[in-house]
Design a protein around this ligand. Sequence first.
Ligand code: PEP
Ligand code: MG
Length: 835
Amino acid sequence: MQNLPEFTEITPTADISSGAYGARSKCLQRLIRLDMPVPLSVALPFIEVRAIASGHRPDTRALLEAFGKYPLISVRPSAETADWGGPGTILNIGMNAATTAHLAATIGKEPAEKLYRRFVQSFSVEVARLDAEAFPPGQSLEGALAAYEAEMDEPFPDDPAIQLLEVLRSMARAWEGTTARLLRQAKGAPAEAGLGLVVQRMALGLGQGECGSGVIQFIDQATGAQQIKGRYKSQAQGREALTADAGALYLTRDPRGESLEERCPELFAELLAHGARGRIGLREEMQIEFTVEDGALRILDAVRVPRSARAGVRVAVDLANDGVIPREEALMRVEPQALGELLHPQVDPEGERDVFATGIAASPGAAMGRIVFSAHAAQACAAQGEACVLVRHETSPEDIRGMHAARGVLTERGGVTSHAAVIARGLGVPCVVGASGLAISSRERTMTTADGRVFREGDIISIDGSRGEALAGAAAMLPATLDDGFATFMTWAEEFSDLGVRANADTPQDAETSLRFHADGIGLCRTEHMFFEDDRLTVMREMIFADDAEDRRAALERLLPMQREDLLALFEIMEGKPVCIRLFDPPLHEFLPQNREGVRQLAEAMDLSVSRVNQRIEALREFNPMLGMRGVRLGITVPEIYDMQARAIFEATVEAGRRGAPIEPEIMIPLVSAKREVELVKGRIDSVAAAVRAESGVDFGYQIGVIVETPRAALRAGEIADHVDFMSFGTNDLTQMTYGLSRDDAGRFMGTYVQSGVYPEDPFHILDIEGVGELLLIAAERARGSKRGLTLSICGEHGGNAESIAFCRTAGMDYVSCSPFRVPGARLAAAQLVI
Ligand code: PEP
Ligand code: MG
């Protein structure tokens, strides 16, 4: 066939790129180049399909000439990336009375009529968009034709050229529909993403001799382990074997029933050989759709096996270990955020479960967050960094962005293939659908269970997407299971990346998680978190209520051993890896009760009058506490606090050394804006160190640094650098102060701001390179200008975001530090920057 301008026959040498014809066309060309028995296939490029969607009528008669006198073809979608989806495949185009009679001579009357009936049915439902109920499975050919005519008021089109034209038009238009567009955009497709189509000669799968169709793949899609999986069905078409309730064969020998391997050993061997060649040639684990036509194998299509994040990592590692792809490519094949999904915790099966609704387990994993009843609220929550669970009657395309923003989704209606289920799986968001018995009122913002329990917006619930349960409160969760594939993958990422990755970890549990995720150390330990625990909180409050330095010292002396033990635990877990400890940062009022009952209890615990407690709370009240007496300002005003912390750090250091986990602690001063602050605090820390050395008779090293969180500290980084060993950028506060934008309140208008393009992204999620980034560059340059080799890092939330990490690397930072669960993704992002 000559190449018509609109259509291109897929041959080994045809000029087909996935950017013009789509991934499926390109893949078929690769299969053809590998000498696989692919039936004649013709590709339509994006521009052609776009023209068809806007009214152009392609010359389908000319196209059909390539397929002979009785053309019988299928049309499949071919988007630039297979993940972006596309309309469903239509089979058996070309069936009419004449073709049926012609086919009857070779395959028999009954199979020929079956093909015709199937085509009428799928054309009616998929192309003419008639009600599927008018075309039930047991319907006769005549019944289907009559139903079409009754609904459409015209006979079923029997001209293959017209049939094909209608199919092409319907698929082209479906691609432009709102649902399809939102779906693919949620998967990262650009607004103008194109669709190509593939017209392929049908290999029948019905008729005399061994005929049938099946699907085969060579891995388990959940774990990525090598395993032959799939089904085959005699006298069947397309993917029927996968959905067939009865009559399908296993592929390999199986105690449960007959297999293709036993029935057609040669054909099975041929299939395996193609599979092995495909894996190497396409450098990927493919799922192959095949047909057997009177004993002859045909390969119709191959798609990348859809897989879980865990399997994605395993496959990349296996392909690299088998020499099919280099390690660099294995690292490039996994998206940094996908690693987050892999690390998804599960609800602890042994833990307490307060199940308030049961439904269908639509998307696995466990999630916990506050209830929101609208996609809008979910986005607002996410913008503030708050975990939320989206609760809806059912979801629709308008909800996709909200589903993206939510940690979990719960719906009252729907089944495994409902919108919510399909989208949640695609996005990797744990989801339960069809939780019947729930009465959801989006207006009242309440959800009532069958037995009358009422949940309101803001209440915390958990979703067990693996079991299909919704649980009240924060359920106990188990960390994800990480296999050898993950460990190997992370080792490779470490080998390639030239940027350190540490974790922000405050508790021994965080520290353990960080190590499991291969963190290089702790980049930020927020010590104040150690004081929020019950027994410590009381002592902390006593310290705040102390009337004089003496009383304060007594309270601090009780806090000292607690702090020392906490730090010792961290040092021991981290086994000599660096630990950066930030001195006390928040304003003191955060430790005081917020309501009357709390005040009363505190008065009782302290043996004080309520009015005395209120007086002290009043005295500590500030108009702008985040800009008030916190961080180093508190450290200088009430120096005993930092003295106690420095002592706890050094005593823990001495003890860790004795226990065989020597460490050189890094002490970080928060909220600095002037060099004199550093001089003062450093002077006191140095004398505490000298005292501990003298008392213990043990020598130890330590480093002192600052967290750069104020614009002035960034600008004066040159002179501050003279006094410190390291600087870490606290980009949460630095963003807040650079924009003059409250990190706690910005969620109210962040959605509007991003939608109206005032900000390209939420600057608390993705570092604002233009503004905050410039400050960062100025600081880095000035700091290193006065002290070459000064260690620079980032420890704000941005440290876990791939785009921000790229910037940090260019800015010459030594490491990034982020929450433990983001460590693997950050490491991978860092490695990908080098490759
Ligand atoms: C920061 O401000 O970026 C930071 C890491 O500190 P915190 O989030 O504790 O204020
Ligand atoms: Mg901060």
